[in-house]
Design a protein around this ligand. Structure first.
Ligand SMILES: CC(C)[C@H](C(=O)O)[C@@H](O)C(=O)O
Ligand code: SF4
Length: 469
């Protein structure tokens, strides 16, 4: 009998092509996602050295960060810098024979949303992309993480990646979530608990009853933000929920290949007694809806809480940095979270731009009107999410309430396109990062769940979604 292994150990071992004595490994990469921001130099490198893409069929390219989310975009991208990047990816994909979804393709969307939608993301795979939130795909029981541009070139050329094994962390979320509390609140609570460096050097496996009860959308939200907790990747063992989601997706295996894949996927679970270097346990039943107050994803508090006082922190460096965060955010200690007024609301991103997120928002919004002081937008994560939302009539609910309903892309998750905050504007956002300037120069971001963002848009300030009528 071999020693019990974790899910991470198993996927890693199954992909080792070569292992050096010092622990450096060459890993086989099953899937490579490519977007316009981190790929231009990688393709240029291939051109200069006269190399080809080793496996174009295991590579998929899409534009997301720079695309405009305005319906006008079908007439061409106005911003010069964005247009150059988008056109470069279109050309590189064509020259190297890689499948490419342009901004006019219904399958286009945020790279981490389209992979799962197409069945390009499958359990047990190694998946990389030149993007930190590649951890999202870990929701399928895949080993998925971001890589740098020079590694993008290496993977394009060889379909392999040099890696050292990370440590194993288990985050177990027991019990059931209360009504109104979501996957987003779970992951914000975890990051609040472990801090943004808590996962450094680890791959996190999420387990426990609350995680098992989540839909694939919720699991993706959790794995997506593993990176904000400092981890290299996050993953959740595949189960019936996963198999039901994956089945019949365009690129999922079919017929006998499906049966064989399923038999393998079912072996991909941490063994009884497998060793984890660190274990964190949370009780889902005790979790409230969460709001971030500062400029780090670990700066979180219950919606029923108050803006904390840095004077209460003994560590001087930490005190200074949290004071700076409060100054940046324009907040006073002691302010009730529910008294914080908003200027903008953004519902979208690879954290919360999937159909279930839009359904949750629509449920809160139906029959109500956006507060006149608030400018609110909803950006579907992909063309297929948009199509599905419209088939369900969600767009009508959003538009009737006064929300902007946009074309798919990263949008105001980061200020790399036309959607951005003005200086000092305060935004309730369903995205994953609240760093200074993330959503626009001097913009102020509060991270929340889709239902919380929707309610804040209507009320004009944060409200406890558990009291929503
Ligand atoms: C632009 C890209 C490299 C970046 C990332 O790696 O995460 C972006 O997606 C982000 O969310 O900040
Ligand atoms: S939606 Fe945001 S976090 Fe996700 S890939 Fe785009 S910019 Fe990065």
């Amino acid at each position: 009998m071999s020693a019990p292994r974790t899910l991470y150990d198993k996927i890693f071992d199954d992909h080792v092509v070569d292992r050096q004595d010092d622990g450096t490994c060459l890993l086989y990469i099953d899937r490579h996602l490519v977007h316009e921001v981190t790929s231009p130099q990688a393709f240029e490198g291939l051109r200069l050295s006269g190399r080809k893409v080793r496996h174009p069929e295991k590579t998929l390219a899409v534009v997301d960060h720079n695309v405009s989310t305005s319906p006008e975009r079908k007439f061409g991208i106005k911003n010069e810098e964005s247009r150059i990047q988008v056109e470069a990816l279109a050309k590189n994909a064509k020259d190297f024979g890689v499948e490419y979804y342009s901004e006019n393709d219904i399958r286009q969307g945020i790279v981490h949303i389209i992979g799962p939608e197409q069945g390009f993301t499958l359990p047990g795979m190694t998946i990389v992309c030149g993007d930190s939130h590649t951890s999202t795909h870990g929701a399928f029981g895949a080993l998925a993480h971001g890589i740098g541009t020079s590694e993008v070139e290496h993977v394009l050329a060889t379909q392999t990646l040099i890696q050292r094994k990370a440590k194993n962390m288990l985050v177990r979320v027991d019990g059931q979530l209360p009504e109104g509390v979501t996957a987003k609140d779970i992951i914000l609570a975890i990051i609040g608990e472990i801090g943004t460096a808590g996962g450094t050097g680890y791959v996190i496996e999420y387990a426990g009853e609350a995680i098992r009860s989540l839909s694939m959308e919720g699991r993706m939200t959790i794995c997506n933000m593993s990176i904000e907790g400092g981890a290299r990747a996050g993953l959740i063992a595949a189960d019936e929920t996963t198999f039901a989601y994956v089945k019949d997706k365009p690129r999922a295996p079919k017929g006998a290949a499906w049966d064989a894949a399923l038999a393998y996927w079912k072996t991909l679970q941490s063994d009884e007694g497998a060793h984890f270097d660190k274990v964190i346990v949370l009780d889902a039943a005790k979790l409230p809806p969460i709001v971030s107050w500062g400029s780090s994803p670990e700066d979180v508090v219950s919606v029923q809480g108050i803006v904390p006082n840095p004077d209460d922190i003994t560590d001087e460096n930490k005190r200074t940095s949290k004071q700076r965060a409060l100054d940046y955010m324009g907040l006073t200690p002691g302010t009730k979270i529910t008294d914080i007024a908003l200027d903008r609301v953004f519902i979208g991103s690879c954290t919360n731009g999937r159909i279930e997120d839009l359904r949750a928002a629509a449920k809160v919004i139906e029959g109500k009107t956006v507060n006149p002081r608030v400018n609110a937008m909803i950006v579907p994560g992909s063309g297929l999410v948009k199509e599905q939302a419209e088939a369900e009539g969600l767009d009508k609910i959003f538009l009737a309430a006064g929300f902007d309903w946009r074309e798919p892309g990263c949008s105001m998750c980061l200020a790399m396109n036309d959607d951005r905050l003005k200086p000092h504007e305060r935004c309730a956002s369903t995205s994953n990062r609240n760093f200074e300037g993330r959503q626009g120069f001097k913009g102020r971001t509060h991270l929340v769940s889709p239902a919380m963002a929707a309610a804040a848009a209507i009320a004009g300030h944060f409200v406890d979604i558990r009291d929503w009528k």
